[in-house]
Each structure stands twice: as structure tokens, then as C-alpha cells.
Design a protein around this ligand. Structure first.
Ligand SMILES: CC(C)(COP(=O)(O)OP(=O)(O)OC[C@H]1O[C@@H](n2cnc3c(N)ncnc32)[C@H](O)[C@@H]1OP(=O)(O)O)[C@@H](O)C(=O)NCCC(=O)NCCS
Length: 197
């Protein structure tokens, strides 16, 4: 059946262009994932906090490489847009930023992130989320970026608020974690929100 409205974003927007590298600060960039990040991803998923909130572990460098390959395929498929947060000079992995669940018709996606333990507490996650949102709204043309975290994940909530995501409500018992069902706190930023970030 024909749609009555045009998609908010054209398909081919991402698959037909190179994956951009975004500057987050002195010597810190959001860049495309590299297979060479596999050992660092294996180490990241050994962290209990990343396991707790992302409900996954990696048992080998090969599994980490498969995870990276899946993230890399997301750009061409226009389903999820993934960045590694890394030191530019050394390439050292600092964290991860993802715009998942890309919906070109509605111009929306959901932001997710983790930081490796050694890179936490420096404001980097917040800065990277702000930089990625600026790109998503101003360059890519998204209308809405959502963000959900467990109501028990206070650090993630603080990042969301500091990065300009307004709280919308709570989806009760909507995500299954290792310790059971979690209520998920829903936030969003819209392209039309005043840019204070
Ligand atoms: C949550 C996480 C991404 C924060 O990364 P970070 O780089 O340390 O965040 P920032 O340095 O940008 O901190 C932003 C704010 O969050 C606060 N914060 C960070 N971690 C916190 C925690 N565990 N509890 C309470 N507040 C926390 C900081 O104090 C800061 O607020 P402030 O400026 O008012 O002091 C990181 O701890 C992490 O990767 N955790 C495990 C995975 C995870 O939770 N991912 C999100 C799933 S939804």
C-alpha cells in the first residue's frame, strides 16, 4: 500500500557515503570500528558493569571480532550507526556510541553507549553523546534521538540529562537483565529542541 507521506530521511543517505569521523576533544574522536579493536572489545566486555547493562560477554577475540563486524555492517544496511570512541594518536579504545534502531521513515534512532573503565569519570561519555547528537541532527537530518536506561543505572541517567535528553517516562518491566526485569527510563532529544549543547 502506498505511503501517504515521504520518509523523513532518504534511504541511501548512509550507505552511499563514507562513515564520518567526529572530533570530541583534543586527541579524542568518534570513528568507525576497526577489526584491530577486537582485543580491546574483548577486555571491555569482561567489565562487570558493561556485562550488567549490556547483557553480553565475549569469550574470545574471535567473538569480539564478530561483534565488531556486525557493528560495521550496520552502516551499509542503515539499521544501526556505530562509532568507537578512541584516542586519535594511539587508536586506544575509550568507549562506544551507537545510534541503533534507525528508522528512516520517522527520522529516529536510539542512542546507546558504554565507556571502558579506565576512561570513565572524565566527562567523555557526555561530550561524545553531545557531539554525536549534533552530527545526527545537523548533518544527518534525524528528527528524534531516543535513549533508554534501567532506572537502576544512575550513571547512565546522569549522562543522558547532561547531554540534553529530556525525561519522558518509564516503561515498566520492559527489559530483561541477569537479575530480572527492569523498568526503563525513557529520554529523548528532538532536532527542534533548543540547542544548548
Ligand atoms: C555510564 C557510563 C557510560 C558513564 O560514562 P562516563 O564517561 O563516566 O560519564 P561522564 O564522565 O560523562 O559522567 C557524566 C555524569 O554522570 C555521572 N556519573 C557517571 N557514572 C556514574 C555512576 N555510576 N553513578 C552516578 N553518577 C555517575 C558523573 O558524575 C557525571 O555527572 P556530574 O558531572 O554531575 O558529576 C559508564 O560508567 C559506563 O560505561 N558504565 C557501564 C555501561 C553502562 O552503564 N552503559 C549505559 C547503559 S544504558
Amino acid at each position: 500500500m502506498p505511503r501517504l507521506i515521504a520518509p523523513a530521511m532518504a534511504s541511501g543517505l548512509f550507505s552511499g557515503s563514507d562513515h564520518p569521523e567526529l572530533s570530541v576533544g583534543p586527541d579524542v574522536v568518534l570513528r568507525a570500528w576497526r577489526t584491530a579493536d577486537s582485543a580491546a572489545v574483548l577486555e571491555a566486555f569482561a567489565d562487570p558493569e558493561i556485562q550488567r547493562w549490556h547483557v553480553r560477554r565475549a569469550d574470545s577475540v574471535e567473538e569480539a571480532a564478530e561483534w565488531i563486524a556486525a557493528r560495521q555492517r550496520g552502516w551499509a544496511a542503515e539499521t544501526e550507526l556505530n562509532w568507537a570512541l578512541a584516542e586519535q594518536r594511539t587508536g586506544m579504545l575509550l568507549g562506544r556510541m551507537t545510534l541503533g534502531g534507525v528508522d528512516l521513515c520517522d527520522g529516529s534512532a536510539g542512542l546507546a553507549y558504554w565507556m571502558v573503565p579506565a576512561a570513565r569519570g572524565r566527562g567523555l561519555c557526555t561530550q561524545a553523546a553531545q557531539v554525536l547528537c549534533r552530527w545526527a541532527f545537523d548533518d544527518a537530518g534525524f528528527h528524534r534521538i531516543g535513549l533508554e536506561h534501567s532506572t537502576a543505572n544512575h550513571g547512565s541517567c546522569r549522562v543522558a540529562v547532561k547531554a540534553g535528553f529530556l525525561a519522558e517516562g518509564i516503561r515498566r518491566g520492559s527489559a530483561l537483565h541477569a537479575d530480572g526485569w527492569h523498568d526503563m527510563h525513557v529520554h529523548s532529544r528532538l532536532a527542534t529542541d533548543v540547542h544548548a549543547f
